[in-house]
Unconditional design. Structure first.
Ligand SMILES: [Zn+2]
Length: 252
């Protein structure tokens, strides 16, 4: 499996039988094999996660389909603005929070689970080819001190609950697929704007859920904060991928 960090929270994951592209709005995509199915995911409607330019991919890659969080509105009155048309619309699956979707990509069976984000939209857990891949979207422990103690207490509760749901989804999926209950590649926010709380989300995720490789994201290009995380959490360091630049590829 190859994971390409595109930019910000955008990742391309190449499986044996298909590609999955998450939250692409910025950065260059590597050239793709047009014969391989491409599943394009968008976790929520915010502009640093969803850009209607994703719909242009199907012209270059005829086997493209879109799995979009339900908060991304595709009403016909918006079609012109989005570059949408009836043919493209048939390629879209709109998915709600806390759902399970049994799909397939070029004959490869695939399960897509969503977990409600603490921000907007969903996080995705994909299961295929005996592997599990997680993309958090903006599901994170957003400890914004300035929002006050009630906000922060609610945030903590909601984040812990979401990660408990993820842990249960990983166990269920692994039991169904007959694989280890461990996420092979997890992509999760490590946002420097949270200052001293930048590590809460990833640290809690790694304590609660088995993860082989953790790709930090939503970093606003401040990749040195990955080193800061590893210094503060040496037990996690081996599993944290040291991203340094847009377009970097990792074989896992
Ligand atoms: Zn965001």
């Amino acid at each position: 499996m190859t994971v390409t960090y595109v930019a910000h929270s955008g990742f391309l994951v190449e499986w044996d039988g298909f590609y999955s592209l998450f939250d692409w709005w910025k950065g260059e995509l590597p050239p793709l094999d047009p014969d391989k199915p491409l599943l394009v995911f968008a976790s929520h409607s915010h502009e640093d996660h969803f850009d209607p330019k994703i719909f242009t991919l199907s012209a270059r890659y005829p086997k493209t389909r879109f799995i979009l969080s339900h908060d991304i509105r595709l009403a016909t009155r918006r079609w012109e603005k989005l570059g949408m048309n009836a043919e493209l619309f048939r390629r879209v699956t709109s998915i709600r929070v806390d759902s399970v979707l049994a799909a397939e990509a070029g004959g490869t069976p695939l399960t897509i689970r969503t977990i409600q984000s603490t921000d907007a939209g969903v996080a995705f857990l994909l299961s295929a080819e005996g592997k599990l891949v997680y993309h958090a979207g903006d599901l994170n422990w957003w400890h914004w001190e300035e929002e006050g103690s009630l906000y922060c207490a609610n945030m903590e509760m909601n984040y812990r609950r979401a990660i408990d749901k993820l842990a249960a989804a990983v166990r269920d999926e692994a039991a169904d697929a007959g694989c280890e209950p461990v996420i092979d590649a997890a992509m999760a926010p490590m946002d420097p704007r949270l200052e001293d709380a930048f590590d809460l989300g990833v640290a809690h995720l790694l304590r609660r859920v088995g993860v082989k490789r953790l790709f930090p994201m939503h970093m606003w290009e401040k990749y040195d904060w990955i080193d800061r995380y590893c210094a503060a959490h040496p037990a996690d360091a081996e599993r944290i991928v040291r991203i340094r630049r847009d377009g970097e590829r990792f074989e896992i």
